[in-house]
Unconditional design. Structure first.
Length: 147
């Protein structure tokens, strides 16, 4: 009898977890590293499961996510495949604090999980370096969190 209650409880927990399954949003950033202002020469793309609200042509690149979703950023050179680009950090600017930290360190696999929502856009600055140069470039982007 005890194992039946445990099994039933596990089944309810599992079904609830599946009902609010998280998505993984892959944000791909391609930068023209030959451009004198590479932060202004960007192509954005996402996986099929990510809803883009603004492509970045007329304003900051904006996409939609939900609480519990995982976001992964991938950055590469559009014009020089051998030139490495490194994300140095993602920095909170304004809006709801949707991540656990205001400054997310850049890594080879920069990612974060949305832990809370809000009604306004989450605005952040993505900082990156091209090759071995010490100059840090910035891109401003937005995330809209919803139900």
């Amino acid at each position: 009898m005890r194992s039946l209650k445990f099994y039933f409880g596990f089944l309810i927990f599992f079904c609830f977890g599946m009902a609010i399954a998280q998505e993984v949003h892959k944000i791909r950033i391609r930068i023209d590293t030959k451009n004198a202002s590479p932060e202004n020469a960007i192509q954005w793309s996402t996986g099929e499961n990510t809803k883009v609200l603004d492509s970045g042509e007329s304003g900051p690149f904006t996409f939609f996510a939900q609480v519990g979703d995982h976001i992964q950023w991938d950055i590469m050179s559009l014009t020089e495949p051998d030139v490495q680009i490194n994300i140095t950090s993602l920095r909170y600017i304004k809006g709801p604090r949707i991540f656990s930290k205001n400054l997310i360190p850049g890594t080879k696999d920069t990612q974060a999980t949305v832990i809370r929502g809000g009604k306004e856009y989450y605005i952040y600055e993505l900082n990156f370096q091209i090759g071995n140069l010490n100059k840090v470039h910035q891109i401003t982007s937005r995330i809209r969190i919803g139900d």
